[in-house]
Design a protein around this ligand. Structure first.
Ligand code: NAD
Length: 478
């Protein structure tokens, strides 16, 4: 049984009377351990300690040392990849092959951040460009901001946490992280690894518990300068309200559009959307959800995709051959199932899947859907895609943009001009051509428009958003 408390200035908080949250294995539904929650006073202590460590240690730590800590952590994580992958499979139910993928990305995040530490600079500003600026010299500097509060979701417990921790360290900040209570153990393993890599005590504090209980104390603390949140829109926009006056990054959900034109390589579109719709049982913010297919290739595409989807191997996430594991909780699987049923009652047709067994939802394709069905207009966050036909470019642009969300999109075509027009027209933070919306590399600018969020992650961009740009000007005396 795993048991962890919060970590403040190296001390694990496990004594005293505490709320306890059980953590279940999503596959077996058995308890794998529990967390001993922090209380609101301890959240305040975590922030105050992080502020002290910022003032006395991190702010003064040279870039080469911060970079070395991040590189040390990358090397350690490489050595322990399998251990971390197994933990992700245990607490998130992520198929082991995908869990290894997450660890592989996390290692790269650490290397990108180690490089980013050494590339953090301002620029000269030529002052005599302005009338009166003669004999003056100006430049900008990027300086760390102080305490960063980070709140992360269950679906990438390691990599989403690192997308906040690594740039914060690179910038010379300190962090207080509240990981998802459904998957709290990867964050603790990461905390221990960073300490071993040389991160000073208190540069990263972890608080365990629910967001409802601890979120407000963390987000509104006056010593917190920046709040970075990845999770659902409902929570994210509430946090944005609470964080008034602070820097905020919100990485929220979407119902990503993927568009297949008549001239596309259909086999590439099918295999890409197969991966993009069902990776981690569709529990990714950029999961392919709304698939628009040109009428000329509609039946061909749908036939080929249906065949492949129906062959996906569901099962024990620990097994190498498993392609689709459980959803995170029974409630999440039941909700997704009820959305399928609602759609079917309103006329949608199930081409494959649709059934649930405990936390397992069969990979599902829906056809003949309406745009106001939840499986289309809301974020399903489940192994469900909805396929819809279109005739013209103008029509599909309007369909794809008819969404509250705008995170990433995929466009499949061999026509470069069409691809470029689509890239410009789609209201999303990113567009992939001949690749599915779910694709993400950890150094690309990543973040949504509309209700999908505010700000950008991707190491270089996250580092910038975790610094202040300061101007320094000088008059040169004769
Ligand atoms: P969630 O919003 O339920 O929880 C995310 C975190 O917020 C958890 O740590 C939770 O404890 C905390 N939280 C909950 N209520 C809170 C409150 N009132 N105040 C402060 N914190 C609170 O999300 P989830 O179910 O863990 O994750 C799934 C969601 O995350 C999906 O919507 C998905 O699209 C989104 N997501 C987005 C990205 C991205 O980069 N855009 C990446 C991964 C996941």
């Amino acid at each position: 049984m795993l048991e962890n408390g919060s970590f403040i200035d190296e001390q694990e908080l496990i004594t005293g009377e505490r709320d306890i949250i059980d953590v279940l294995n999503p596959y077996t539904q058995e308890k794998i351990g529990h967390i001993l929650c922090a209380n609101k006073n301890e959240v305040i202590q975590a922030v105050e300690n992080a502020h002290d460590v910022f003032q006395h240690t991190m702010k003064k730590m040279p870039a080469h040392k911060r970079s070395q800590i991040l590189r040390n952590a990358a090397v350690l994580l490489e050595k322990r990849s399998e251990e971390f992958a197994e933990l992700l499979t245990l607490e998130a139910g992520k198929p082991i092959v995908e869990a290894r993928g997450e660890v592989g990305r996390a290692i790269q995040v650490l290397y990108f951040a180690a490089e980013g530490t050494k590339n953090l600079h301002g620029q000269q500003i030529v002052l005599d460009n302005a009338i009166g600026g003669e004999q003056q010299f100006g430049f900008s500097m990027r300086i760390p901001i102080g305490v960063v509060a980070a709140i992360t979701p269950f679906n990438f417990p390691l990599n989403m946490a690192l997308h906040k921790i690594a740039p914060a360290i690179a910038a010379g900040n300190t962090i207080v992280l509240k990981p998802a209570e459904k998957t709290p153990f990867s964050a603790v393993a990461l905390y221990k690894l960073l300490r071993e890599a040389g991160l000073p005590a208190g540069a990263l504090n972890i608080i365990q518990g629910t967001g409802q209980e601890l979120g407000e104390s963390l987000v509104t603390h006056p010593l917190v300068r920046k709040v970075t949140f990845t999770g659902s829109g409902v929570v994210g926009w509430k946090i944005n309200e609470m964080a008034k006056g602070k820097k905020v990054t919100l990485e929220l959900g979407s119902n990503a559009p993927n568009i297949v034109f008549g001239d596309a390589d259909i086999n590439n579109a099918v295999s890409s959307i197969l991966m993009g719709g069902y990776t981690f049982a569709g529990q990714a913010c950029v999961s392919a959800q709304r698939i628009f297919v040109h009428t000329s290739v509609y039946e061909e595409f749908l036939g080929k995709l249906t065949e492949k989807v129906s062959q996906l191997k569901m099962g024990n996430p620990k097994e190498e051959s498993t392609q689709l594991g459980p959803m995170i909780t029974l409630a999440a699987a039941e909700k997704a199932e009820s959305w399928i049923q609602e759609a079917v009652q309103s006329g949608a047709v199930i081409r494959t899947g649709g059934n649930r067994n405990g936390t397992f939802l069969e990979p599902t394709i829906l056809d003949q859907v309406d745009f106001d069905m939840k499986v289309v207009c809301a974020e399903v966050f489940a192994p469900i895609i909805a396929v819809m036909p279109f005739d013209t470019e103008e029509e599909v642009i309007a369909y794809a943009n008819d969404s509250r969300y705008g995170l990433q999109a995929g466009v499949f075509t061999n026509n470069i001009n069409l691809a470029m027009r689509m890239a410009e027209a789609l209201e999303t933070g990113g567009v992939w051509i001949n690749e599915v919306s779910v694709k993400r590399y950890d150094h690309i600018p990543y973040g949504g428009v509309k209700e999908s969020g505010i700000g950008k992650e991707g190491i270089h961009y996250a580092i910038e958003e975790m610094t202040d740009l300061k101007f320094i000007g000088m008059k040169i005396l004769p």
